[in-house]
Design a protein around this ligand. Structure first.
Ligand code: UT7
Length: 322
């Protein structure tokens, strides 16, 4: 059976960490409010010398090193981002040039916070179809560039960062074959006004700022995430109790707790990094995955569920045997 096997992960954060207390010196907020409502204690903010593609390149370098492969052996690069360096070319091609693996397929995927799940799904399909053997899949964002720092209901929630994985097509045998087992994606454009950016090249000609009706997004997130997770498990013929680790999109600790409760999943099996990184959109799942692999929680053979939900709405989940 040809499977997309995860052979390495990496992540990278901007140099500057900003605590809630530091933020509350310029924004009308408090550490107490942010921690209680979101679980966030810290976020990283990209400096002038850091961009989405530079963060992505560093995360990619670490994932490539962890995989023990040469960058030039990669034949597919997919970068999930909603904050590209430029309107075009795709930031994936900037990463490609920095890594020196020119000539292979490279493009961006835009599904906001679910972007990494969408990118993983496309890479998996291309690997299984035989059009790629080794795929570098990255989630990278500089969301702080599109925040309205006058809007305390959104600006305290987001941060910058990047995470990357390398997938390799392998013929897997045995009782518990490694690799991606099942992925489900969804989108519902009827809700695109609940979480969006009020600008763009074809409308205002500006980059715009993030706008969100947080309470409504929260409600949809819990329902959609629990439901897509159930779909993936049903396709895999597995149950909640079989999952070793849930690596969710890191938007709000309360969303993670409510989803876990709805699913009947113990909190100890959920990887939480929102306290350290805040919401890094497409970067949050691969950042959390890399964190839990590096600290020894996620081990080879573990069954790991990735899931995310974001603007569009878009949402999805993917089940991987490590
Ligand atoms: O990644 C994409 C997915 N995004 C999400 O999943 C985000 C989903 N939504 C959320 O995480 C939560 O809805 C928020 C964290 C955005 C907001 O939490 P909430 O418990 O829904 O608060 P709220 O919006 O109902 O606001 C409660 C109060 C309001 O004051 P009043 O009207 O009750 O007097 C706000 O003005 O909290 C106030 N408030 C703040 N106070 C201090 C809102 N933002 C802040 C702030 N600091 N930063």
């Amino acid at each position: 059976m040809l499977r997309s096997v995860l052979i390495g992960t990496g992540s990278h954060l901007p140099k500057r960490a900003v605590s809630n207390d530091e933020l509350s010196q310029t924004v009308d907020t408090s550490d107490e409010w942010i921690v209680e409502r979101t679980g966030i204690r810290n976020r990283y903010i990209a400096g002038d010398d850091e961009t989405t593609s530079s963060l992505a390149t560093e995360a990619a370098r670490k994932a490539i090193a962890a995989s023990g492969i040469e960058a030039c052996s990669i034949d597919l690069i997919i970068l999930a981002t909603a904050t590209p360096d430029q309107t075009f070319p795709a930031s994936a091609t900037l990463v490609q040039a920095a890594l020196g693996c020119n000539g292979c397929v490279a493009f961006d995927v835009h599904a906001v916070c679910s972007g990494f799940l969408y990118a993983v799904s496309v890479a998996d399909a291309m690997i299984r179809a035989g059009s790629a053997k080794r795929a570098l899949v990255i989630g990278a964002e500089t969301f702080t560039r599109i925040l309205d720092w006058e809007d305390r209901t959104t600006c305290v929630l987001f941060g910058d960062g990047a995470g990357a994985i390398v997938l390799e097509g392998r013929e897997e045998t045995g009782e518990k074959p490694r690799g991606i087992i099942a992925t489900k994606l969804h989108a519902d454009g009827a809700h695109n006004q609940l979480l969006y950016v009020d600008g763009g090249p074809s409308t205002t000609g500006t980059v715009g700022h993030l706008r969100m009706k947080g309470r409504e997004v929260f409600k949809h997130a819990v329902v959609n995430l629990a439901s897509v997770l159930g779909e993936v498990l049903a396709e895999a013929g597995l149950e909640i109790k079989d999952i070793d680790w849930l690596v969710p999109h890191q938007a709000n600790k309360r969303i993670l707790d409510a989803t876990a409760k709805k699913l009947g999943m113990p909190k100890e099996k959920i990887v939480v990094t929102v306290d350290r990184h805040a919401n890094t959109s497409a970067a949050s799942v691969p950042l959390a995955l890399d964190t839990a692999i590096l600290d020894g929680r996620i081990k080879p053979g573990d069954l790991v569920m990735l899931e995310a939900m974001g603007g569009g709405f878009t949402w999805g989940a993917s089940l991987i045997r490590m």
